[in-house]
Design a protein around this ligand. Structure first.
Ligand SMILES: [Zn+2]
Length: 91
């Protein structure tokens, strides 16, 4: 299912959920049942997980001004193993 956006001249914009490729240029308004024209808008990017959106934004920024690394990344601290793992038999 895809979300298509329509604009009613009397009621404003509304969404219609239809299978992909089945949207028509004109749809009846759910409130006044008048003819409404389809509106093309940006996709719902807010539904993209935050980590993915941040990665896409970083990739887009790096096209014009790539990040320059001058230092090594900081060393990661080793985590202490879970106490239950200490009780396991050793080979
Ligand atoms: Zn309407």
């Amino acid at each position: 299912m895809a979300t298509y956006e329509y604009h009613c001249p009397d009621c404003g914009r509304f969404d219609v959920h239809l299978p992909i490729g089945t949207a028509t240029p004109v749809c009846d308004c759910p409130a006044c049942h008048g003819p409404s024209r389809r509106v093309f808008s940006s996709p719902y990017l807010s539904r993209v997980p935050a980590a993915v959106a941040a990665g896409l934004a970083r990739e887009e920024r790096s096209q014009e001004a790539p990040e320059v690394v001058t230092d090594l990344p900081p060393r990661r601290r080793r985590r202490r193993p879970h106490p239950a793992l200490a009780r396991l038999p050793r080979p």
